[in-house]
Design a protein around this ligand. Sequence first.
Ligand code: DSN
Length: 424
Amino acid sequence: MTDAYEALTADLAAADPEIERLIEEEGRRESEKIRLIASENYVSEAVMEATGSILTNKYSEGYAGRRYYEGQQYIDQVEELAIARAKELFGADHANVQPYSGSPANLAVYMAFLKPGDTVMGMALDMGGHLTHGHTVSATGKWFNSVPYRVRKDTGRVDLDEVAELARAERPKMMICGGTAIPRTIDFEGFAAIAREVDAVLLADIAHIAGLVAGGAHPTPVGHADVVSTTTHKTLRGPRGAMVMCDAAHAKAIDKAVFPGLQGGPHNHTTAAIAVALREAAQESFSGYAAQIVKNAKALAEALSERGFDLVSGGTDNHLILADLTRKEIGGKPAAKALDAAGIELNFNAVPYDTRKPFDPSGLRIGTAAVTTRGMTEPDMDRIAAWIDRVIAAAKAEKESELDTIAAEIREFCKSYPIPGWHA
Ligand code: DSN
């Protein structure tokens, strides 16, 4: 155990050994597994230190210079730094760094521009969208009139002609592009042209790809979408939080919607950690990281295809792969559970036009942001694909001992790729 790690956890170990033990176990789990959940990552020690800082003690309703509590001499500076860095990194006129996470960030955008009952057009959840893009179980589907668009069955990709046709027929007040299971480049310019034609606000939800956008590995929505929302903890590699960015014309509406519209005091420790992550993402090395995420995803996609895995849209342009296991004759859920037992963590996921149920769908969602942070490269992706293939075969043959064998191999493999903030 390193001195730094011991120093960080000594008080916790003394005060609450149960929680300390669980954190210790989670650290071990994160270090011993190949983590391929497309929305997860490993943050730096600097981000962790800011997240665990004394800033958690402070209430700061309002915005810098206009707070409802005294004592904001330093908090204002923290938030202003985070805002300035977000604006600089993404080239946005305005940034609000207070949303607690992605769903509240998106709800703030609804609140800023829509009234209950207005029509919103986002990608259907089972096509790769997000709950807050108008899904029926979400407040956004219950309180707004949702007209979801789909991907094409034959290509697995969005067809902007179809989107335009639906938009002309439905005249949404807001359109949303982006989502949680989109393996291909999003045409922000194309979406913006449709939104302009039907006089809709365009929200680009870049939660998954924010790090790729920041690192130049995916085109930016800034300059095309009216509003951009993102979480900060996926490819962007910051703490769990979110931001909304927009042009100057929409700034007031967004700020009012976040506070006092939806939220109370911002989580200042998170704001500080977002600022740290944004500084990290502005370093030249981050562009290399973003490019490597995509290289790894392409290498993994190719290695899986070679082993007979069907990939939605045939491959990937970003950090994410969506595998359809129908031809492998195993459901996504039993496959994900077997993979987890064998040391490969990912999630089961619906594929477009899935014939199975959402809680037992046909697909696996796979992402390369976390393994890339650990320093893994293309040859490692081939090994990972081989392990995935062996696990699926073992799961089908109900060979549990093979899963144990693979888990041991993976534990050994992971030792060469230490994770930040964790002792060896
Ligand atoms: N839970 C996130 C994801 O996994 O993509 C979306 O909110």
